[in-house]
Design a protein around this ligand. Structure first.
Ligand SMILES: [Zn+2]
Length: 354
């Protein structure tokens, strides 16, 4: 159900973007923005509020169906309607707060670097991504969840031991209040440099045995010892550079035929995002394949550190608690899944044991 909804969402966004680019709608919106102020940067913000706001409104019904109705229908959600609305509000506030300086930075780069704008934007995008990964645990995630040091001292000691064995000097191990929103469980390795930390959902701590939690932490430490975050950032940097160079070339070829000016013409902005969006969607199986390879490697680290059985138990419990599809269609898995199927991961644990 979730996959079908996300594909409908992607198709709707694509259709809306095509209408915007191929009809005079974007030209009219840019004219309107130009009529409100003579300051170029402000014109971009007026245009972004108008067109970006339109896209947000268009996506809202599906976000409600997928994030609220479906979650409740399958008994996964702990959220009241009011809480869902508040979370959406926070997300949008963050989008505006981060999006405004990013959009103005994008404008300055495109107008300032001329023939090199694709490369300049790609380099800036990479720098911003690294900065956000670094700031995520301390600045962004606390907007949505409360983090506190792990309450169970025996568990904290066991986890500290696994981290030390992996050579991981953590800023800390934290638990967070996932249960306010959902019954699903999750854990992650986040941050960069001094903000490196392992975070565990309280939903995971409540339902998983100590051995299973140790296995989950060992999996996260496996991501660290194999430098997956750094490798992922590097791969992402190469991919986004290719995407921005493609967007620059496609814009240069298509804009004159569609009545838009050179890059930096406000009305042509959706054409750039359309190319980026379509190319990003098409390249998704590539990023997913890399992610699945990282997950297999992190699993193997957990098998070797805490034994294959606790990891297999944790995976079974995780699939049950999150209502994950244990054996998805292989084509669906190849195209859309960032993690190998639970059936394959448990089979890998069995193979490791023998
Ligand atoms: Zn993982």
């Amino acid at each position: 159900v979730k996959l079908a909804l996300s594909l409908v969402d992607a198709a709707l966004s694509l259709a809306a973007a095509l209408v915007l680019v191929l009809s005079p709608l974007s030209l009219r919106a840019a004219e309107f923005a130009a009529g409100t102020t003579s300051v170029g940067a402000l014109q971009w913000l007026v245009y972004a509020a108008l067109v970006g706001g339109g896209f947000l409104l268009l996506g809202l019904p599906l976000a409600f169906v997928s994030g609220y109705l479906v979650e409740h229908r399958f008994g996964l959600s702990n959220q009241t309607l009011g809480a869902w609305v508040r979370e959406q509000g926070k997300g949008m506030a963050l989008l505006v707060g981060l999006g405004t300086p990013l959009l103005l930075g994008f404008r300055a780069l495109v107008l300032g670097t001329g023939a090199w704008w694709g490369l300049a934007v790609a380099v800036a995008f990479f720098a911003v991504t690294v900065l956000l990964v670094r700031l995520a645990p301390t600045l962004l995630m606390p907007i949505f969840f409360q983090f506190k040091p792990l309450e169970n001292p025996a568990l904290a000691a066991a986890i500290g031991d696994i981290c030390r064995r992996g050579g991981l000097a953590l800023e800390g191990v934290y638990q967070f209040d996932m249960s306010k929103n959902t019954r699903k469980a999750n854990a992650a390795f986040t941050g960069l440099g001094k903000t490196k930390r392992v975070i565990l959902g309280d939903t995971l701590l409540a339902k998983f045995s100590v051995d299973e939690i140790r296995a989950v932490v060992a999996h996260e430490v496996g991501h660290f010892t194999h430098a997956h975050l750094v490798k992922g950032l590097a791969a992402n940097g190469v991919l986004t550079t290719a995407l921005f160079l493609l967007a620059q070339a496609a814009y240069g070829a298509l804009a004159p035929r569609l009545g838009y000016g050179p890059a930096g013409d406000l009305a042509g902005l959706p054409l750039i995002f359309l190319v980026l969006g379509v190319a990003g969607f098409v390249s998704q199986p590539l990023s997913n394949a890399l992610s699945r390879a990282f997950e297999r490697e992190a699993d193997r680290y957990a098998f070797a550190t805490t034994g294959p059985t606790p990891m297999a138990d944790a995976l079974r419990r995780l699939a049950e608690q999150n209502l994950a599809d244990v054996r998805p269609n292989p084509v669906v898995e190849f195209l859309f899944h960032s993690h190998p199927s639970v059936a394959k991961r448990i089979a890998a644990a069995d193979a490791f044991r023998n």
